[in-house]
Design a protein around this ligand. Sequence first.
Ligand SMILES: Cc1ncc(C[n+]2csc(CCOP(=O)(O)OP(=O)(O)O)c2C)c(N)n1
Ligand code: SF4
Length: 333
Amino acid sequence: MRRFPHTWCPGCGIGAVLKNVAMVIKELGWNYQNTVAVSGIGCSGRMSGYMNLDAVHTPHGRVLTAAEAIKTVRPDLNVIVLSGDGDLASIGGNHLLHTSRRNPDITVLCNDNEIYGLTGGQAGPTTPKGTKTLTSPRGEPYLPLRLGRMLTLQPPYFYARTTVYHLNHFKTCIREALLWKGFSFVDIISDCIELNGRRLGFKTAHQMFKWFDERFHIVKGERDHLQENELGIAKAVVEEAPKPIEKVEEKPEIPTDLKPFTLQELHHFDGTGGKSIYIAYKGKVYDLSTSPLFQGEKRMRCHLAGKDLTKDMDIAPHGEDLVFKFPVVGRLK
Ligand SMILES: Cc1ncc(C[n+]2csc(CCOP(=O)(O)OP(=O)(O)O)c2C)c(N)n1
Ligand code: SF4
């Protein structure tokens, strides 16, 4: 309140977003000691500056990188992102994809006014097809990015859609999103009366709110997806995959009456100068002098005579076959 008057136009939906988010934060008992607000650039991006919280105002489109970094180094803090659909889904779209995929425990509150407000009302990523804007005077030619579809593609996810008109529903969505463990996104359909609404023919913000009421309806209960005209919460968690049973390493029985060899002693039998070729495998020492594979050499491909080859043979294609028919002459100490 110390920073008021604010910069937003009368009737702008951002005011309702800010007020209700602040109310829910207070209800949860969160405050400047445990909560950080992070914003990007745009009219919506100014929200964090009016909160009595530590706030970070990041370059355009980079809000999620900053928020994720804060959460990474200070996991004890509640991290709330307050920004616009242009900032989050256009220039910041790639970060939205990958931050949501990494699922950090942060909440994104997106003031989705379906336009670039701050810069004069250009079409943005969520502008509905056919909408007349500063940059599409004959109607936006492209389909909008469906944030709800994009953010519910693969669990885990939390995606809520609400509007600045449906205030009780709005507060429920915000509360649930803030309490969700993982990445949560609230898509708040909002109005930019001055640079979008008037061009569409609305005389007041209230007329735009009524339009939201016609376009959307609230759906109740647990949902995993929302239709484009539905307001509600779609969420999904990942079932923990059962852990594979760890293979118990079998300890081979090694007769104690076998002659004991130290590694040093084993090295001596490397086939040089007419010496025998010994190798050790799983604690036993084998005499491979008659092995056609060694052919009198001290090396058979990668295998060296006079060594403990347990590790090499376990990953080699022929494995144990290399030794099993040769006499056991001792055991490794
Ligand atoms: C790198 C960069 N590119 C472009 C801009 C201009 N710019 C500022 S805000 C904005 C759009 C903001 O749209 P949105 O996030 O929807 O916020 P709104 O103003 O509608 O609340 C743009 C394109 C900028 N500030 N920085
Ligand atoms: S330009 Fe639009 S989004 Fe920005 S403050 Fe005004 S009404 Fe709100």
